[in-house]
Design a protein around this ligand. Structure first.
Ligand code: IPM
Ligand code: MN
Length: 371
């Protein structure tokens, strides 16, 4: 198969984690006889520095012309600490989500036995935790009308949803639940918000078409508690934009590191794949970031292309590195391997070089030990 992939590196650790994914994709191409062509485009603070805008129109055109987008991260502290900045890196990711109409953001929360010691939850509550968050991505408070009074004394962000916006992601979430454990939890704040009441009503209607799926409803404050108290109860979690943003970071704690979690954003045009973590500027250029979130996002891209076996090999490669303690600094701050080393090991696994011919001594040379 031949596929064109847009590469949006963005800021901070974005370029270095994405580089590992490209190498893993190249290894997949080599092993399975595919051709992946990459087209780089600017986004985020990097794009602001070079063009004055966080999302140049050329970037949108390139994405629309490709079969999928692999996205790194955006964000830079110089904007975080300047609330008056008119141009912000985040406008890049929000803009591309809107331009590609990526209304469904799928964030699987997978747990790995080898990382369990990093998770603050009691092991008995963690066994078999495996759920997926369906976060609505192009509506709600993120995209509502924003206003700041001229004298700066007040500001508002509007949260609005249409029935149709809720329906389209609900159908995807229900269909996904049908392929899993057939349970869907709608997370909302229907005791307070009109938009949440519309979510509840709409999801109740959509549920009639999926009678084999058991539905329950949970207020977001309770959900925040249940995710760490009893995460096993969740299968598919459906929620609006901002609640999804918040609970997915919370859920990443269950995997052991924010660096582990991938995501897929689907809509009516080109799909986009990105790790859920941010640009982590403190680690930028140090070769210490965890590339797993990005690599697993690339695996979700392979699934999207219908390359199921290829995606499975990439996931096996990730599990193999974890089982052999080939991990980055976020996982083991003392005995850790560099981002690029993990990338090379993943590629070796994908093309079938290891575990058969693994030369542990060579790998050990690339390990960093802090005493
Ligand atoms: C995410 C990020 C983004 C969001 C930021 C960078 C705008 O936190 O993808 O979760 O809030 O959606
Ligand atoms: Mn987020």
């Amino acid at each position: 198969m031949k596929k064109k992939i847009a590469i949006l590196n963005g800021d901070g650790i974005g370029p270095e984690v994405t580089r590992q994914s490209i190498q893993v994709l190249n290894a997949v191409a080599e092993r399975f006889g595919h051709t992946f062509d990459y087209r780089e485009a600017l986004i985020g603070a990097d794009a602001i520095d070079k063009t004055g805008t966080a999302l140049p129109s050329e970037t949108i055109d390139i994405c629309l012309d490709c079969d999928a987008v692999l996205f790194g991260a955006v964000g830079h502290p110089k904007y975080d600490n300047d609330p008056t900045a008119k141009v912000r890196p985040e406008q890049g990711i929000l803009g591309i989500r809107k331009a590609l109409q990526l209304f469904a953001n799928i964030r699987p929360v997978t747990t790995y036995p080898t990382l369990q010691h990093l998770c603050p939850i009691k092991p008995k509550n963690m066994e078999g935790v495996d759920f997926v968050i369906f976060r609505e991505l192009t509506g709600g408070i993120y995209f509502g009308k924003k206003q700041t009074a001229e004298d700066g004394s007040s500001a508002s962000d509007e949260c609005s949803y249409t029935k149709e916006e809720i329906e389209r992601i609900s159908h995807l979430a229900f269909q996904y639940a049908q392929k899993r454990r057939k349970k869907l939890t709608l997370v909302d704040k229907a005791n307070v918000l009109d938009t949440s009441r519309l979510w509840r009503k709409t999801v109740q209607q959509v549920a009639n078409e999926y009678t084999d799926v058991k539905v329950d409803y949970m207020f977001v404050d309770n959900a925040a508690m249940q995710i760490i108290l009893n995460p096993k109860q969740f299968d598919v979690v459906l929620t609006e934009n901002m609640f999804g943003d918040i609970i997915s970071d919370e859920a990443s704690v269950l995997s052991g590191s924010l660096g582990m979690l991938p995501s897929a954003s689907l809509g009516n045009k080109t799909a986009l794949f990105e790790p859920i973590h941010g640009s982590y500027p403190q680690a930028a250029g140090k070769d210490i970031a965890n590339p797993t979130g990005s690599v697993l996002s690339a695996a979700m891209m392979l699934d999207h292309f219908g390359m199921k076996q290829e995606a499975a090999v990439v996931r096996d490669a990730v599990e193999w590195t974890l089982e052999n303690n080939f991990v980055t600094k976020d996982i083991d701050p003392v005995n850790f391997y560099f981002t690029s080393t993990i990338g090379e090991l993943l590629c070796d696994y994908v093309i079938g070089k290891i575990p058969g011919s693994i030369k542990k001594e060579n790998i050990e040379l690339r390990k960093s030990t802090i005493i």
